[in-house]
Design a protein around this ligand. Structure first.
Ligand code: HSE
Length: 436
């Protein structure tokens, strides 16, 4: 049987899962590919750690560049992550004419324009299924399965760490800080959790999906991104009383000449399937003009789920090698010369529903002042709740709005915050609800 040699760069958690799958599922994979996928070289700075795997002598080395430069290697799998050495190694592999598999969403979202251009110019396959949603075949769905559709919108829970933390706050009334500490203790969050809890990891993933769905260039830097660190048990409790769950969502909508793309904590109705995606799981709803809505659900991170996506890409590329073809499927779902810069709609322009919690004095006329300012900006109130009663000090006043424009809401809130009857800055959470 023909042999295809694999070079694996980085043997941390996911890299180890990839190696494990290539070794332990070797026969299964061979029977599906029609060739043996041989793990020829593995590069990692730590060659001593017990990974529970036995590599043949000389397979595990420290020099990643040696792996990329090895003429015997047919496919490079980059599992190092980050935007430094990983970028250099991927570009070097492309330069050598070697197809690359990567899960590196931060790199693709930030520097994808350079990397995809280099791969396209060389006619090299670059596959990245594991960069978004772990095991969920979302890249394949957009690049292949849904190619006949105009993608109208995508709404996803794409960060397991945030979903785990929000589920903890919701189920156990934990504070954000203690839910994060627990996530870190259980290995769900990095020691520096900024990329996850700040929403940036989700924005990286949304930037990649938007390219594939709409044929635009990478626009990660323009995506409005808000993390989950200010979500409190109190707002989760109120949202629940209104029939909503709070999730960190990646939202994108096609407006033809502009794309709406944003990442922020969002209230969604209990009957939205995404509201039942809990713990570290991911899910995404894609809406296409032919298919309607489809939902993918699964593990967005973790050793074996992510390795499964990497192996899927590796098998696709191996099949191309066996057929003597490459670039059969355009890297970003569209032919390169059809990719254009589609601007993102400014956040101020978006129309959505809002939850606003004010902290205000419990006195006659307070509500009418707040409502009056909202009315002046054309913001229609759907529901008002005043929680509790106090003769002195502030009480929470919670309002839900009908569809409103972000710019109007922000201006109104600035004016309301300046009133001396209003305490701290209001809490604002956007709502995705077709009803209302
Ligand atoms: N940090 C990511 C998450 C891992 O929590 O989902 C996978 O991208």
């Amino acid at each position: 049987m023909r042999k295809i040699n694999i070079g694996l760069l980085g043997c941390g958690t996911v890299g180890t899962g990839v190696a494990k799958m290539l070794i332990e599922n070797k026969n299964l994979i061979s029977s599906r590919v029609g060739a043996d996928l041989i793990l020829r070289r593995v590069a990692d700075i730590d060659v001593k750690r017990d990974r529970g795997l036995t590599f043949d002598d000389g397979v595990l080395i420290t020099d990643a560049q040696q792996v990329v430069d090895d003429p015997e290697i047919d496919i490079i799998i980059e599992m190092i992550g980050g935007e430094g050495i990983a970028r250099e190694l991927i570009l070097r592999a492309i330069e050598h004419g070697k197809p690359v598999v990567t899960a590196n969403k931060a790199l693709l979202a930030s520097q994808g324009d350079v990397i995809f251009k280099a791969a396209a110019e060389k006619g090299i396959d670059l596959a990245f299924e594991a960069s978004v949603g772990g095991c969920m075949p979302i890249i394949k769905a957009l690049r292949e399965s849904l190619v006949g559709n105009h993608i109208k919108s995508m709404t996803g829970i794409l960060n397991g760490t945030c979903n785990y933390i929000l589920s903890k706050i919701s189920d156990e009334k934990s504070s954000f800080a203690s839910a994060l500490a627990e996530a870190q203790a259980n290995g769900f969050a990095e020691t520096d959790p900024t990329l996850d809890v700040g929403g940036f990891d989700t924005a990286h993933k949304l930037a990649i999906l938007a390219c594939l769905a709409y044929g635009t260039g990478m626009n990660f830097k323009d995506i409005y991104t808000e993390g989950i660190s200010r979500i409190t048990p109190l707002d989760i409790e109120y949202s629940s009383q209104f029939g909503y769950k709070i999730k960190l969502l990646a939202i994108s909508k096609d407006h033809g000449d502009a794309i709406e793309a944003r990442v922020h904590p969002t209230m969604i109705p209990f009957d939205n399937l995404l509201s039942n995606v809990n713990g570290s799981l991911n899910a995404i709803t894609i809406s296409g003009d032919a298919v309607g809505d489809i939902l993918l659900y699964g593990h967005g991170a973790g050793m074996m789920p992510t390795a499964s996506a990497v192996i899927s890409d590796t098998v696709d590329i191996s099949r191309n090698i066996l057929s003597g073809v490459n670039s059969r499927i355009p890297l970003l779902a569209y032919q390169m010369d059809h990719i254009r810069h589609i601007p993102l709609m400014p956040l101020d322009e978006i129309l959505t529903h809002y939850y606003v919690r004010f902290s205000a004095l419990d006195q006659p006329g307070v509500l009418s002042k707040i409502a009056g300012i909202l009315g002046n900006y054309g913001i229609s109130i759907k529901t008002v709740h005043q929680k509790g009663r106090k003769t002195s000090g502030s009480v929470p006043i919670v309002m839900l709005t009908h569809l409103s424009k972000e710019a109007d809401v922000r201006k109104a809130l600035a004016e309301i915050t300046a009133l001396d009857i209003v305490g701290d800055a209001p809490v604002l959470i956007r709502i995705e609800d077709e009803d209302g």
